[in-house]
Design a protein around this ligand. Structure first.
Ligand code: ADP
Ligand code: 5GP
Length: 199
């Protein structure tokens, strides 16, 4: 991706277990230059997660400090933990004319929309509800009661599809990754009127 008028903030949202992490990892495997924001969270680390790579794992006091110092572009409480996007790296990235990708939940996506109306909002949706339930259970990282909590939020997240610019169905990881790469590299509306922006 080149610097210049294609620089754009893209938000990827979708219910827990739909495959956001998997699709973003596939995008980065193919295009290591795609920059993805690393969020701060108070959630406990899962096996295999690396501090500073998957998340910045912080305690409540540190999260409070990030909020108080206006260090977060957006933040939300989700299923009992807090998550937020460190503002400075995103601002630096966009100021340098390079695209930025955030993988965040619905309340955060709405805050980004309010603060940066030009951002592109992408919803990753499951092929079916049954498939979502099976993926979340199959991942095996949450206890059944936490899975229930996440599924209760999932329906509201899918009901909000109309708030997004694009819905990508994660039926197949490679195909969904292709579609996301296309969206990341599409010129923002108004940046280049002669070419096919996504709408
Ligand atoms: P999220 O980040 O949205 O919570 P994950 O990326 O952790 O979701 O994926 C949840 C589970 O679904 C994982 O076990 C993953 O391997 C699986 N998965 C992701 N995408 C697909 C797909 N297209 N088809 C089948 N399984 C998938
Ligand atoms: P998980 O605990 O499965 O890693 O993430 C739970 C939810 O939090 C997911 O929907 C994920 O997209 C979202 N999330 C991760 N980082 C952020 C963030 O910085 N801000 C917001 N609002 N949500 C986030």
């Amino acid at each position: 991706m080149t610097a210049g008028d294609t620089a754009r903030l893209t938000v990827l949202s979708g219910p827990s277990g739909v495959g956001k992490g998997t699709v973003v990892a596939e995008v980065r495997r193919r295009h290591p230059d795609v920059w993805v924001s690393v969020s701060a969270t108070t959630r406990p680390r899962r096996p295999g997660e690396v501090d500073g790579q998957h998340y910045h794992f912080v305690d409540d006091a540190e999260f409070d400090r990030l909020i108080a110092t206006d260090g977060l572009l957006e933040w939300a409480e989700y299923a009992g933990n807090r998550y937020g996007t460190p503002a400075a790296p995103v601002r630096e990235r966009l100021a340098a004319g390079a695209p930025a990708l955030l993988e965040i939940e619905l309340q955060g996506a709405r805050q980004v929309r309010a603060r940066a109306p030009e951002a592109q909002l992408v919803l990753l949706a499951p092929p079916s509800w049954a498939e979502l339930v099976s993926r979340l259970a199959g991942r095996g990282t949450e206890r059944p009661e936490v899975q229930e909590r996440r599924l209760a939020l999932a329906q509201a997240e899918l009901d909000a599809a109309g708030e997004f610019d694009v819905v990508v169905v994660n039926d197949d990881v490679a195909r969904a990754a292709d579609e996301l790469v296309g969206l990341l590299t599409a010129p923002s509306p108004g940046a280049s009127r002669s070419s096919g922006a996504h709408e």
